[in-house]
Ligand binder design. Sequence first.
Ligand code: DO4
Ligand code: MG
Length: 293
Amino acid sequence: MPLCYFRPREAAHDFQVLGWVDTTARTIVPIDSSLADLLEMPASQRAEQIRDEVASSDADIPFDDAWLLPPVDEQEIWAAGVTYERSRDARMEESQTDDIYDRVYEAARPEIFFKAPAYRCVGPYEPIAIRHDSRWDVPEPELALILDGRGDIAGYTIGNDVSSRSIEGENPLYLPQAKVFTAACALGPWIMLADEVSNPRDLTIAMRIERGEATVWQGTTTTARMHRSFDDLIDCLFAALEFPVGVVLMTGTGLVPPAEFTLEPNDIVHVEIDGIGTLSNHVRRLVPRKRGR
Ligand code: DO4
Ligand code: MG
């Protein structure tokens, strides 16, 4: 059963509790530990801690009385790029300096970038955003690894690495502006613990984009098409950084809609990963911000 962060519907806006989800009964059992607490401990202790806290909890909250939140608290969110052939090809099309994508696809060192702090992530059914100064925008559905403080995989969730293709395409040095902005990172709906996902290297990832009554794009891939091992990505992330309370690593996209597609406000993006669940978010356009507001 998965772990989620949630807020009872009547609770204050900044209130969040970790819970163990019973997907059959459609209820959530609140537990005392935070995700940071659990990711600081070794895997064997973590499993026991979750078991004990679920057994001693006396509450049982129906899904309908809870908001699901992004399943993170103090963790940073990092992302790998150009880990699927489709991502390499799409970026070579959009860029004026296309060979850098081919070179990174083949290189020993993967592309890894900082995507968001936890507080900037959105959860299920919250809006994701596109920039007001971008004209070509896409969702990037990705398997996200929940890593503990030692770099071991504690679980999996779904990530959406919303990106501006026009800004990245103009100049690869603009990557942080193409990737890092308000509501550019969605995570959820919950964390499936690692020992409950038997085939993480062959999970189907499906994305469907709705506009009004129509499906304007859909596609599927599988994590079997990923060109890198999880260990290569994790080793690189941990090579010169410490993450005592754990970290989230999105593993790159294998689904890129064709060049003529761009996201529009009110589109709804559904990302489903086998054995994990579905993450759905609608799209809003950011308004220009002025300093000091
Ligand atoms: O090189 C740009 C980022 C690539 C990326 O985010 C992906 O492949 O998912
Ligand atoms: Mg990506």
